[in-house]
Design a protein around this ligand. Structure first.
Ligand SMILES: *Cc1c(COP(=O)(O)O)cnc(C)c1O
Length: 380
């Protein structure tokens, strides 16, 4: 039973149907001037228009990339370097609960390019406080990057407020919306965010494709140089079938966003109530209300989360511990440390993320087996 939809989702059959012609019949290089190239280019421009129609973006504000990680890299490195070149601004404000695609990019900018990275504090739910941001902003800030919805603990940040504050001061604001895009509406997002990362495989699209929304007027350097594709901002022959698939998946997700969210929220709430009610010494991680509708995450005292995930796997349930470490080399995740979990709890994380194929029967079976497995993990 798959309960790890925050890690990835299966490809929607309808999306695959849309993609198939672009692997064979419509195979041209979109940069070619002839008929074959024109056909492929039309597929890409149609995909761009679909995304624009869902979000209100202009067609020059959607860049196709190889996924959420690349979008984060392009946004942060590209805008950081452009801002430094234009104004000398060299401070980057971010949070200690970012995905590694953001974290390791800002750390590289600090180590090799002379940027000063400041981590805004987060509360025990992993949420940024707008007043801390206000106090940290200044004319020497090149970029602010705050995750929209957290992949490990599900917390949703007040990105509208954060974005408006940055906009008043004309400081570019990037948000990693890779987890948000499947279940929250991104309509009008550039009214508060200047740069937005999404990745298709989190919303029932193909792996290896994503987009960066880039508000018109924001200065950015390409990080992948070469040909002039994607308005000269992302070189390389476009992955036409995947781009077509991402747009189809994005439209399905955004058109149905409220229906999907409502369905998943009831499953999620059953998971949360069931786990907290049946497992002693358990707690929810992340915000109780301001959280992704499909996302439940927990800490269990005196449990090794990786061992629990292996026990669950052996019993037929695919969940995540939320920490990237291996069994035998336990190191708590940065996110769980940032929200201040104490030593007894910080290793015992479990993430249960539901999706469109999850049923209430699945959840009841999961809830039936979990308490015994936590007991077992506690004896190991
Ligand atoms: C999955 C994920 C990414 C990385 O996206 P890829 O398309 O897998 O590169 C980045 N940020 C968040 C929050 C994610 O959940």
């Amino acid at each position: 039973m798959y309960l790890d939809y925050a890690a990835t989702t299966p490809l929607d059959e309808r999306v695959m149907e849309e993609m198939l012609p672009y692997f064979s019949r419509i195979f041209g290089n979109p940069s070619s001037g002839h008929f074959f190239g024109q056909q492929a280019e039309a597929g890409i421009e149609n995909a761009r228009e679909i995304i624009c129609a869902c979000t209100g973006l202009g067609t020059k504000e959607v860049l196709f990339t190889s996924g959420g990680s690349e979008s984060d890299n392009l946004a942060i490195r590209g805008v950081g370097l452009a801002q430094f070149e234009n104004s000398g601004a060299n401070r980057i404000l971010t949070t200690p609960v970012e995905h590694h695609a953001v974290l390791n990019t800002v750390l590289q900018l600090a180590r090799f390019f002379g940027f000063v990275v400041e981590f805004l504090p987060v509360d025990s739910y992993g949420m940024v406080d707008i007043d801390d941001l206000r106090a940290a902003l200044g004319t020497d800030v090149a970029l602010v990057s705050v995750i929209y919805a957290n992949n490990e603990i599900g917390t949703i940040n007040p990105v509208q407020e954060i974005g408006r504050l940055c906009r008043e001061r004309e400081i570019p604001f990037h948000t990693d919306a890779v987890q948000a895009a499947p279940y929250l509406s991104l309509e009008g997002i550039t009214s508060y965010a200047d740069l937005v990362s999404i990745g298709a495989h989190k919303f029932y699209g193909p792996k290896g494709v994503g987009a960066l929304f880039l508000r018109e007027g924001v200065q950015i350097l390409p990080t992948q140089t070469g040909g002039g594709q994607e308005f000269g901002l992302r070189a390389g022959t476009e992955n036409t079938p995947y781009i077509v698939g991402m747009a189809a998946a994005f439209k399905l997700a955004q058109d149905e966003v409220h229906v999907r969210a409502a369905k998943l929220k009831s499953l999620r709430d059953r998971v949360i109530a069931g786990v907290l009610g049946s497992v002693p010494n358990s707690r929810l991680t992340g915000h109780p209300e301001m959280r992704l509708p499909n996302h439940a995450s927990f800490a269990f005292r005196d449990v090794d989360g990786n061992q629990l995930v292996m026990l669950l796997d052996a019993a037929g349930f695919a969940c995540s511990s939320g920490s990237a470490c291996k069994v035998g080399d336990p190191k708590p995740s940065d996110v769980l440390e940032a929200i201040g979990l104490s030593t007894g709890w910080v290793y015992g994380s479990l993430r249960v993320t539901v999706g469109l194929r999850t049923t209430i029967d699945d959840i009841e079976r999961f809830l039936g087996i979990l308490p015994g497995l936590v007991d077992k993990a506690r004896t190991l």
